[in-house]
Design a protein around this ligand. Structure first.
Ligand code: SF4
Length: 289
């Protein structure tokens, strides 16, 4: 039995940075510290932050006072104003890559361009981006919605930083048919790309693959869908406890991957759980790029 861990898996730069900012803020300030929404889509890490005195508030109205941390997904200008109006101390942990996408959307909107934002309309990054579009943005979630748009002479298209690369290509192809001059801005971040490539390559060479991560994590769900397209024996697990003997039956080469919000311990625990189940067999473990 062989366990292969995708090297490009687990916490991305933007999420690690936001976690470091949150922990540093907690050390440096007195008074309550909260995050606007869960800092990371991972229940274990959110519980750890709570234990350290960093609470999570669903909305600005739920924050009584003190310091609020804006997570890596960023927020709309209206939300920043609402937080400032409440007199809160704002610590901005928006991922610099998301900041760049926000600036791009703003500059396209200033040029009076219709901006198609491809992504999940309920995702906080998309809610933030639409706020930066000053009513020039339209959210499109798939190619069917793109095909329903009216024809226009010009428009621009950007992507959620964690979008499925293939989905973006399909939406752009649909928009080409509806637009005279389409300005394409592929804003899918490098971390997302390497995780998607690593996972799909791994899915092609193992017989069973575990995607580890929070169920609320949109990028982890995308990794699951990408792997499942290639390998039907792909399982989405939040914690190692969810691995059952049935999932491992007949498995000879097992892959493990995780999304941008999956902490390294979750990947290690999944590996340990699989090893325990196979302790009577020869084990090898390695990482692949
Ligand atoms: S996925 Fe990319 S853009 Fe999003 S937080 Fe991580 S590094 Fe930043």
């Amino acid at each position: 039995m062989e366990i292969i861990i995708a090297e490009n898996s687990g916490l991305c730069y933007g999420v690690k940075r936001a976690l470091n900012i949150a922990r540093r803020t907690r050390r440096e300030v007195t008074g309550p510290v909260s995050t606007l929404g869960d800092l990371i889509h991972n229940p274990r890490v959110v519980a750890d932050l709570r234990a350290r005195g960093i609470s999570s508030a669903a909305a600005a109205r739920d924050i009584e006072g003190g310091t609020v941390i804006i997570r890596s997904h960023g927020v709309s200008p209206a939300t920043t104003k609402a937080l400032a109006r409440k007199g809160l101390e704002i610590v901005d942990a928006t991922c610099p890559i998301v900041k760049e996408i926000q600036k791009l959307v703003e500059s396209l909107a200033r040029k009076n361009m219709e901006v198609i934002i491809v992504g999940d309309r309920d995702h906080p990054e998309i809610r933030g981006l639409i706020g930066h579009s000053h009513s020039r943005g339209i959210i499109v979630e798939n190619e069917a919605q793109a095909r329903e748009l009216p024809r226009r002479k010009t428009r621009a298209v950007v992507a959620q930083s964690t979008l499925d690369v293939e989905l973006f290509e399909r939406v752009v192809a649909a928009l080409v048919g509806r637009t005279g001059e389409l300005s394409v801005h592929d804003t899918i971040c490098r971390s997302t790309r390497t995780r998607q490539t690593s996972t799909s390559e791994l899915a092609s060479r193992v017989d069973t693959l575990f995607i580890v991560g929070g169920r609320a994590s949109s990028n982890t769900r995308k990794l699951y869908r990408i792997s499942k397209r290639i390998l039907p024996r792909t399982f989405f697990i939040e914690t190692a406890d969810e691995i059952t003997p049935g999932m491992l039956r007949g498995a000879r080469t097992i892959g493990i991957s995780g999304g941008a919000s999956t902490p390294p311990e979750a990947l290690q625990e999944a590996t340990a759980r699989i090893k325990t189940s196979f302790e009577h067999k020869i084990q090898r473990e390695k990482s692949v790029p």
